[in-house]
Write a protein that binds this ligand. Structure first.
Ligand SMILES: NC(=O)c1ccc[n+]([C@@H]2O[C@H](COP(=O)([O-])OP(=O)(O)OC[C@H]3O[C@@H](n4cnc5c(N)ncnc54)[C@H](O)[C@@H]3O)[C@@H](O)[C@H]2O)c1
Length: 254
């Protein structure tokens, strides 16, 4: 089940957190992995773990907000592996604060990373997938994009945009047998979340009560999200496209 031997996957933001969990889960099923991330040292550490599993890995320093860097990264993956079967648009960033206290610079950064980066990678990778009439794109959105989230107004907007973008690309790409789906994590302790919590104040208050309101009574682990991604990247999911799957212990049921 979920055989990915010799498949080639690009994972954005694969250096740490949920992205790292996704890289290792895909590699365990047989995929070779290319990481696009700005954190080179952490990225190389993830690549070393992928290679320990007997797979090939490639770390390419890439800022997903810069279209040229994305195009160069995709070219490097094609030169190295000759194809791209799977794209996981995972890289993301947020600063948790009430909307009326947030600044335009923060809105720009949130939109550039969480939404424009997804557009850049999807366009560049589809150019390679369409001629092969094969591909799996999995976009990491968030439950925030389905039901909103206190202190994450612009981020929630981007994550909602990703869900709508996913559905449209799924419709346009169906004729090429390219599946496009979304996975929505709920609260998952990762370096991003820990950095937000460490600042105390608003973010800490929001996260502190989280475990009590999640029906399955725990936060997520990167592996929880990764298992859903592995399924959607596999041929067992060939008849699933344009869908949004929450992996959040029942926090969001919609
Ligand atoms: N952790 C959660 O609670 C949670 C909940 C819902 C959704 N998500 C989503 O899951 C994804 C992963 O988040 P995480 O919690 O693992 O965060 P993280 O910060 O631990 O990991 C994110 C990765 O993205 C990379 N990244 C950030 N900006 C980049 C850029 N401009 N170019 C290239 N790479 C960049 C970071 O360097 C990092 O390696 C994000 O899309 C996030 O929005 C996380």
């Amino acid at each position: 089940m979920f055989e990915l031997t010799d498949r080639v996957a690009i994972v954005t933001g694969g250096a740490r957190g949920i992205g790292k969990g996704i890289c290792l889960a895909l590699a365990k099923q047989g995929a070779n992995i290319a990481i696009a991330d700005i954190l080179v040292n952490e990225g190389n550490e993830t690549i070393a773990e992928i290679e320990k599993l007997g797979r090939k890995g490639l770390m390419v320093e890439t800022d997903i907000t810069v279209k040229d860097q994305v195009d160069q990264m995709v070219k490097k993956v094609m030169d190295t592996f000759g194809k791209i079967d799977i794209l996981v648009n995972n890289a993301g960033w947020d600063k948790m604060e009430p909307f009326m206290e947030s600044k335009p610079e923060t809105w720009e950064k949130v939109i550039a990373i969480n939404y424009k980066g997804v557009i850049h990678f999807t366009h560049a990778v589809l150019e390679q997938m369409i001629p092969k009439s094969y591909g799996k794109i999995i976009n990491i959105s968030s439950d925030a994009g389905r039901v909103g989230s206190m202190g994450e107004a612009v981020y929630s907007g981007c994550k909602g945009a990703i869900i709508a973008f996913t559905k449209t690309i799924a419709r346009e790409m169906a004729r090429y047998k390219i599946n496009v789906n979304c996975v929505c994590p709920g609260p998952t302790p990762t370096p991003l979340v820990e950095e937000m919590r460490a600042k105390g104040g608003f973010a800490e208050k929001v996260f502190a009560g989280m475990e009590r309101i999640i029906p399955l009574r725990r936060m997520g682990e990167p592996e929880d999200i990764a298992h859903a991604v592995v399924f959607l990247a596999s041929d067992e999911a060939n008849f699933i496209t344009g869908q949004t799957l929450s992996v959040s212990g029942g926090l969001t049921m919609c």
